[in-house]
Design a protein around this ligand. Structure first.
Ligand SMILES: [Ca+2]
Ligand SMILES: [Ca+2]
Ligand SMILES: [Ca+2]
Ligand SMILES: [Ca+2]
Length: 421
């Protein structure tokens, strides 16, 4: 609970500038006005929607990242139907999904037919390439159901057991890991396959069909999966092969952790962030609206080091912020100088970051009405200015860090500075 100084005040050349020291406690004591767990900002709710056709499905995630799913049929496969899986916030949580309320977002469902079946073996059905408008870290692939069967009036039936291979990615191939579900299936880095196939009497998630969530480990702008099917009953003398696949996606997010009055900000985690790391927050539930963590509980690392070189000179505060910039980005900061519990438009500073840059500098003019005492600083990094225009709301990339800071007067300046009222 150390109270860590992060700002060093230089000697002031200008008599008109209040002599102030800004200190911060990124992990220090929490103020009495702690934020509420799971706070959702009422404004700026995101949306989740998909369109779907035989060739392409296009979806929008709440953070603003869009995904395009390009379908390539293998052999003689064809898409018999392409439909939308609508967002359903009222649906009960699903034990086979992680997060369990993944149904609040939209997805797509395809029925594939006419693929090649190999008695006793696997046949290729299609590849699906997911391409994102921003790099995304560790997206979750929700299989709402995959499998198929066909039969005739005499009761003959073919079952088609599914498998999903992770075949490639950009800039590098990611790796699957099991997050939830897939009963009776084995999830490896490269595939989701049944532990064994057998004649089935029912087709539930636990038997022929599979369902569950796989984490796609990596930071990618795209990844490609291949769908395979195995005919386990009548083989090529059976009915027309059918395999259906219902798929949704969700992204990892980073959230704000200033007290509730400051409002909530959430970012889809991408290839760029403040400091050297960013932790995924609120991992157990998907939300369409931005969320805040309980006050001062996130693992923020941009203002570590003692002291962080922030200076007050020439009428400005300056802070040098370390960043990790896999892509070019915009960084904005707000300091609640008047301590009114809000980040006001006049309290904002913004700067651009080049790809691969390691620091960015923000500057604030020192307001004449500055109030001494504890207050908060919010830093937002996003891929473009849309994500840093406001202190609250969604951004499709980057990170938000909130830091407690203390506005105090310099001892040597007390006799020359009119104290803020
Ligand atoms: Ca955060
Ligand atoms: Ca960070
Ligand atoms: Ca975090
Ligand atoms: Ca303010």
């Amino acid at each position: 609970m150390a109270f860590r100084k992060i700002l060093v005040c230089t000697a002031l050349a200008s008599a008109s500038v209040p002599g102030l020291v800004l200190t911060a406690r990124a992990d220090g004591e929490s103020p009495a006005s702690a934020g509420l767990p799971g706070l959702a900002a009422p404004a700026d709710g995101g949306s989740s929607a998909f369109t779907n056709s035989a060739a392409t499905a296009v979806g929008l995630t709440p953070s603003g990242v869009s995904v395009t799913v390009s379908k390539t049929m293998l052999g003689k496969s064809r898409v018999a139907s392409a439909a939308v899986l609508p967002a359903n916030p009222l649906a009960p949580d699903d034990e086979y999904l992680f997060p369990a309320n993944a149904k609040v977002t939209a997805g797509f469902v395809d029925l594939y037919e006419n693929f090649t079946v190999k008695p006793g073996g696997w046949g290729d059905v299609a590849t699906l390439t997911f391409t994102f408008t921003r790099p995304v870290r560790d997206p979750l692939l929700h299989i709402f159901g995959m499998g198929g069967s066909s039969g005739d009036a005499t009761g003959r039936r073919d079952d088609f057991w599914p498998a999903i291979d992770l075949v490639s990615g950009t800039p590098a191939k990611p790796a699957f890991s099991a997050a939830a579900g897939f009963p009776g299936y084995r999830v490896t880095a490269d595939s989701i396959e049944p532990e064994r196939v057998y004649l089935a009497k029912t087709t539930t998630c636990g038997v022929v069909y599979t369902c569950g969530t796989a984490k796609v480990n990596g930071t990618v702008t795209s990844f490609t999966v291949k769908l395979r099917a195995r005919d386990v009953r009548h083989g090529i003398i059976g009915m027309s092969p059918q395999l259906w696949a219902a798929v949704k996606l969700s992204l990892t997010e980073d959230d704000s952790d200033a007290p509730a009055t400051y409002g909530a900000a959430s970012h889809a985690i991408s290839d760029s962030y403040l400091g050297k790391s960013v932790t995924a927050d609120h991992r157990y539930a998907v939300s369409l609206t931005p969320r805040a963590l309980p006050s001062d509980t996130d693992d923020d690392d941009a203002l570590t080091g003692s002291p962080v070189p922030i200076t007050s000179a020439g009428g400005n505060f300056t802070v040098k912020i370390p960043v990790t910039a896999g892509s070019a980005a915009s960084v904005a900061g707000w300091i609640d100088f008047d301590r009114n519990g809000r980040f006001d438009a006049t309290e904002r500073s913004v700067a651009n970051v080049a790809k691969d840059a390691s620091t960015v500098e923000l500057n604030w003019p020192v307001p004449q009405t500055l109030q001494t005492g504890p207050t908060w600083m919010r830093l937002r990094l996003a891929a473009d200015a849309n994500g840093t225009a406001l202190p609250t709301g969604w951004a499709d990339s980057g990170e938000v860090e909130d830091h407690q800071v203390q506005l105090v007067q310099l001892v040597q300046a007390e006799s020359t500075v009119k104290p803020a009222s």
